[in-house]
Design a protein around this ligand. Structure first.
Ligand code: CA
Length: 238
């Protein structure tokens, strides 16, 4: 795996680098938050080992910037034992795992391997599929029957919520809360507008609509069932 280590204690950074290199990884090291972030955004890495107390900008800020940039890299944060609060903040900010200092290099290598297995291939979360509709989540790309569909960021977000749980019915209120979160300018009418736009982009021109309205309940995305339409030999993939 290609791993970036952002750690400002030189001795610890050296230990980590050589331990990971011994396990066959390609390791880059930076000792400053700003420089680390630049490298992380400039080159794709499979994993980042990120210290939280860093010069420049701290690890939490690095993590926030990475997630803001929709960078899909796995991140293990390093925290001091006393920093329980930081650890919680780190996990909430999008870290995948943490290690409390001091830790053994075997422990680090084991965590890295475990995360690497999760990150080796696109995971179920990264690649969503409903019938012939595909969503590449990290790259925010959507296609149907191999044809790219251009969506606005909000349209993508609405479709993302639906595609994460096919067949589940989402109420307008729930979709609002999931997509617009703390933005209070939404209302359920907005959801109807977005669903309308998605229908035109995703379903128009296809014999099988995927986006369904469940009267007075909400919306869901569903693959066409085998029996519909009658006589069809279409079967959902997988
Ligand atoms: Ca430090």
């Amino acid at each position: 795996m290609r791993i970036l280590v952002i750690e400002d204690e030189p001795q610890l950074a050296r230990h980590i680098t050589s331990a990971l290199a011994r396990h066959g990884h390609e390791v880059t090291t930076r000792q400053d938050g700003i420089l680390g972030l630049q490298v992380a955004l400039g080159l794709p890495h499979d994993l980042i080992v990120l210290d939280l107390n860093l010069p420049g900008i701290d690890g939490l800020a690095v993590l926030a910037k990475l997630r803001e940039a929709k960078c899909p890299v796995r991140v293990v944060i390093l925290t001091a034992r006393s920093e329980v609060e930081h650890r919680v903040k780190g996990l909430k900010a999008g870290a995948d795992d943490y290690l409390s200092k001091p830790f053994s290099m075997e422990e680090l290598a084991a965590r890295v391997e475990a995360l690497g297995r999760r990150g080796a291939a696109p995971t179920a979360d990264d690649l969503l599929e409903v019938f012939d509709l595909r969503m590449d989540v990290p790259h925010r790309r959507v296609s149907r029957s191999g044809q790219a569909i251009a969506l606005s960021p909000r349209e993508f977000d609405v479709l993302h919520v639906l595609m994460q749980e096919p067949n589940r019915i989402f109420s307008r209120t729930e979709l609002c809360e999931r997509v617009w979160q703390r933005d209070h300018e939404y209302n359920t009418r907005t959801v109807e507008i977005f669903i309308g736009r998605l229908r035109r982009k995703v379903d128009a021109g296809f014999p099988e609509p995927l986006i369904h309205t469940v009267r007075s309940v909400g919306y869901s995305i569903q693959a066409p069932t085998v029996s519909t339409p009658a006589g069809s030999d279409l079967t959902p993939p997988g």
